[in-house]
Ligand binder design. Structure first.
Ligand SMILES: NC(=O)c1ccc[n+]([C@@H]2O[C@H](COP(=O)([O-])OP(=O)(O)OC[C@H]3O[C@@H](n4cnc5c(N)ncnc54)[C@H](O)[C@@H]3O)[C@@H](O)[C@H]2O)c1
Length: 247
């Protein structure tokens, strides 16, 4: 693997599992120095033992914890070049059963977490002319029934990405999002459809290339957007969705 990211310091959230862990592995292969962050401290330690770098446990649903993560990253690595906001949760259910706590938890972790980490990291990214890669979803681009809170959180990530990309373009900070279709991870495996859902409605925008994505398919797109190969790309929401949102 070439060294597109040699000398860069990358924070990867959600790095204990799935897409975050595959991204950490890919960025390390491309030369980045890793700061791996996750709520699951035990799994995070395993990831660091495997991939190298430093582990920082944090909670994306807590603003102060997000600020602490950035401060600790600066303390251990001295700079931040790449912020990958990948930590997230999924929760399904018909609206009538989906109480306000579940709605608020979803937005707090999946959307506000991205805001708080971006707000804390951007002053450091201005210094390094760095970049942010946010993990949205195909669910941030199209509606999916029984998934309203998740879709709203991921569409919010797209809106945040585009707005901040414009605000910080003149400062040399690029900010992009990736919108995957279903990916073979613990999150996807744990989706339990509520009884009585209409599967025809759920699947009407299914991926066209057959199988689900592997985490490595998404990691490759993160590495591209984080590299200088994407130096003229900012403010995009890149579908890596096997054609799901094509029609
Ligand atoms: N798997 C899919 O089908 C799919 C599709 C599109 C987008 N995504 C998005 O990709 C991202 C990664 O998902 P994944 O499939 O790898 O899932 P995963 O469950 O394998 O990994 C998610 C990671 O986020 C961490 N996490 C959860 N809540 C956290 C919190 N409050 N603070 C810090 N860390 C927290 C978990 O501990 C876990 O390590 C998520 O944002 C998800 O919404 C996933």
């Amino acid at each position: 693997m070439n060294g597109r990211l040699t000398g860069r310091v990358a924070i990867v959230t959600g790095a204990a599992s799935g897409i975050g862990k595959a991204t950490a592995q890919r960025l390390a292969q491309e030369g980045a120095r890793l700061i791996l962050a996750d709520l699951n401290a035990a799994a995070l330690d395993h990831a660091v033992a495997e991939l190298g770098g430093d582990a920082i446990a944090f909670d994306a649903g807590d603003a102060q914890s997000c600020r602490n993560l950035v401060a600790q990253a600066i303390a251990v690595a001295g700079r931040i070049d790449i912020l990958c906001n990948i930590a997230g949760i999924m929760d399904w259910g018909p609206m009538a059963d989906f109480d306000d706590d579940r709605w608020e938890r979803m937005l707090r972790i999946n959307l506000s977490g991205v805001w708080h980490l971006s707000r804390a990291a951007i002053p450091h990214l201005v210094e390094t002319k760095g970049c942010i890669v946010n993990m949205s979803s195909a669910a941030g681009l199209v509606g999916i029934p029984y998934t309203t809170a998740y879709c709203a959180s991921k569409a919010g990530v797209v809106a945040l990405t585009k707005s901040l990309a414009i605000e910080f373009a003149a400062a040399g900070v690029r900010i992009n999002a990736i919108c995957p279709t279903g990916v073979k991870t613990a999150m996807h495996g744990a989706v339990a459809l509520p009884d009585g859902v209409d599967m025809d409605m759920v699947m009407r925008n299914s991926p066209k290339l057959g199988d689900l994505c592997n985490p490595e398919d998404i990691a490759a797109a993160v590495a591209f957007l984080a590299s200088d190969d994407a130096r003229k790309i900012t403010g995009i929401a890149l579908p890596v969705d096997a054609g799901q949102t094509a029609g």
